[in-house]
Ligand binder design. Structure first.
Ligand code: NAD
Length: 266
């Protein structure tokens, strides 16, 4: 089996569930050694690391709150200690705290901003510092690769989720500005904007037939996304196959951003 990431090391934040879990699995299958970050529940991350190792790969689980600088520094230290360095960083951690705008508390706002936006800023900052510290490696044409997990809600407004959509809109410009700043150092920064992917974050949207049917009216391709769909996209963005892709957002959404309401003449 072709392993495009053989010899490379990766860190995935928020990888004890959902998309991050699937991404960590996909990176390991592609040959990367993977650090699997978890926030509060270590067990699924430990279990995934054990499964990857059993299958002949290399992985370990590492706890950290991505909104806490000291914990992030400790996590990057742990990755350096285990793997020597990191080549691929997937800033994936995210959460929702939904409320009608008039009822949204400052705490709802700040929690989402500090994990979704500041968390990705701090993670990407540590990644850039590490890529520059250790210099080029023969494993990849780029000095390092950062992939930010955005959302279709970086461009689709979302009533009742003003904090979440603002955080993802912020990720879009943070990613592009950072990509522009570090491209001369041959660091590639890109984002993936998932549509509706079957994970715990949006269980209400798919765990009954009625909810799923309603959701699918928003998806021209006619199916919900699976974490594998995102895992394959991350592997491509992390590999030299996408070496000329810099500062791009890849929408992996079954066409959700194609204004499906206009398919029938609007
Ligand atoms: P999820 O709830 O399964 O995963 C989110 C992960 O983030 C969890 O593992 C959680 O532990 C982690 N996390 C939360 N707070 C953290 C913190 N302070 N520090 C470290 N980790 C923390 O949901 P998911 O769908 O897998 O979401 C992953 C990413 O994908 C998020 O950024 C989300 O916004 C984005 N996304 C998901 C969808 C979807 O349809 N599922 C769509 C668009 C974007």
């Amino acid at each position: 089996m072709h392993k495009p990431l053989e010899g490379q090391t990766a860190l995935v934040t928020g990888a004890s569930s959902g998309i991050g879990f699937g991404v960590a699995e996909a990176l390991a299958k592609a040959g990367a050694a993977v650090a699997i970050n978890y926030h509060s529940h270590g067990e699924p991350a430990e279990k995934l690391a054990a499964e990857i190792e059993k299958a002949g790969g290399t992985a370990f689980a590492v706890g950290a709150d991505v909104s806490d600088e000291a914990q992030l520094d400790a996590m990057f230290d742990a990755v350096r200690e285990r793997f020597g360095t990191v080549d691929i960083v997937v800033a994936n951690s995210g959460l929702q705290k939904d409320a009608r705008f008039v009822d949204m508390t400052l705490d709802d706002w700040n929690t989402v901003m500090s994990v979704n936006l500041a968390g990705q800023f701090l993670t990407a900052q540590r990644a850039v510092r590490e890529f520059v510290r250790r210099g080029p490696r023969p494993v990849s044409k780029a000095l390092g690769k950062i992939i930010c997990m955005s959302s279709v809600h970086e461009i689709i407004p979302w009533a009742g989720h003003v904090n979440y959509s603002a955080s993802k809109g912020g990720i879009q410009m943070m990613m592009k500005s950072l990509a522009q700043e570090v491209a001369p150092q041959r660091i590639r920064v890109n984002a993936i904007a998932p549509g509706a992917i079957r994970t715990p974050i949006n269980r209400d949207a798919w765990d009954s037939k009625e909810a799923l049917d309603k959701l699918l009216t928003l998806v021209p391709y006619g199916r919900i996304g699976e974490v594998d769909d995102i895992g394959r996209a991350v592997v491509w963005l992390a590999s030299d196959e996408s070496d000329y892709v810099v500062g791009a957002t890849l929408y992996v959404d079954g066409g959700m951003t194609l204004y499906p309401g206009f398919a029938d003449n609007g």
